[in-house]
Ligand binder design. Structure first.
Ligand SMILES: Nc1ncnc2c1ncn2[C@@H]1O[C@H](COP(=O)(O)OP(=O)(O)OP(=O)(O)O)[C@@H](O)[C@H]1O
Ligand SMILES: [Mg+2]
Length: 337
């Protein structure tokens, strides 16, 4: 009897009955502790099964995080990797639309959530799949929202993945912190910016924020960086274009009469200089491509509709740069706390 908890029990605290049959409150606490433990174990398991986890962030909204997240995922899938996207944006989840999965619902089996499969076999999990009505925004606030995110992450059955790309709502809010604390071994974050000053200022905030998250910055991507027009005219002919702000561009067509010229819709090079200023890698530029907007509307991503186009090529370059950064931190045995 020496080992029995009964021998150390103070009867004044509720009698031996409370050991045999816990009070409803104790029962609730036990269940919640058990659920937490199971969730933590599930997170560890998920962390083990997913080789690389990449967060996509920006300080400012509308700079193209979701376009970049889906583009990176598709570009990686095109290279033969198994890939998933986790869309954390509760208030404006639009990854499913970009992946041709609008209106889909998730498949739940034995309490585990199974991702939907989008273009090129990319597995997609989005808060949008939980919405009863896609036109009604979710207004969960604070702890409820973060608890839902944590639960969501722990309950998804991704299977084995080479890469998980995580798309966030704009700003340096609680969501990245919750994800960084929930998912072990995140490789790092990709910061998306446009060449505009205001977006750049905000991306600087994101870089500083990464230090508090203790997740390394893989680098900065400059999105909507220049719009290329091309055409055919007479061979070896000089042409002049007026770009935004009246800036003159001169170009000479080739022997076949083909020409192309890149106009800076905003500015150019801001992403690179921000990266340099903060001593983080510059991962490359993605062109301004109206096909992204159409793809967002009709559910066929640019990389799928034009797999050999300029945007797909630019994405492939950014993917290579990201892989290089991940390779570097792997070889340095970088540990993310
Ligand atoms: N390179 C690009 N060329 C042209 N349009 C683009 C490009 N990147 C993004 N867009 C368009 O800009 C809009 C915003 O893009 P997106 O939804 O990816 O931004 P976001 O940063 O995820 O926005 P939010 O902050 O609301 O989550 C979309 O209409 C998208 O199609
Ligand atoms: Mg978005």
């Amino acid at each position: 009897m020496a080992d029995s908890p009964v021998s150390t029990h103070d009867p004044k605290e509720g009698g031996s009955d409370s050991l045999d049959s816990p009070t409803p409150q104790q029962q609730k606490q036990m269940e919640s502790a058990y659920a937490n433990m199971r969730r933590k174990m599930a997170m560890q398991e998920i962390g083990r099964k997913i080789k690389h986890k990449i967060m996509v962030l920006s300080g400012k909204g509308g700079v193209g995080k979701s376009t970049v997240s889906t583009g990176l995922a598709l570009s990686l899938a095109k290279q033969g990797h198994t890939v998933g996207i986790l869309d954390i944006d509760i208030t404006g989840p639009n990854v499913p639309k970009m992946m041709g999965l609008e209106g889909k619902r998730l498949h739940v089996e034995q309490g585990r959530i199974h991702p939907a499969q989008g273009h090129l076999g990319v597995k997609v999990i989005s808060m949008a799949f939980l919405l009863e009505d896609e036109d009604t925004p979710v207004v969960w606030r604070g702890p409820i929202k973060l608890g839902a995110i944590q639960q969501f992450i722990g309950d998804v059955e991704w299977g084995q993945l080479d890469y998980l790309v995580i798309d966030f709502p704009p700003g340096t809010s609680d969501e990245p912190l919750t994800v960084a604390q929930s998912l072990p071994d995140i490789d790092g974050m990709v910061i998306v910016t446009t060449p505009q000053d205001v977006a750049l200022l905000d991306s600087r905030k994101s870089i500083t924020f990464s230090e508090s998250l203790k997740v390394p910055v893989l680098g900065v991507v400059e999105n909507m960086s220049g719009y290329t027009i091309s055409g055919v005219t007479n061979p070896e002919t000089s042409l002049e274009f007026a770009g935004p702000g009246g800036k003159k561009h001169q170009v000479t067509s080739g022997k076949d009469g083909k020409f192309s010229v890149t106009l800076d819709i905003f500015k150019q090079g801001g992403g690179k200089s921000t990266a340099e200023e903060f001593g983080v890698p510059f991962l490359g530029e993605l062109p301004f491509d109206p096909g992204f907007v159409r793809g967002g509307d009709d559910g066929v991503h640019r990389i799928v509709s034009e797999p050999e186009g300029a945007s797909a090529i630019a994405f492939a370059k950014v993917v290579e740069a990201i892989k290089m950064q991940i390779g570097k931190s792997d070889s340095q045995g970088l540990e993310i706390i």
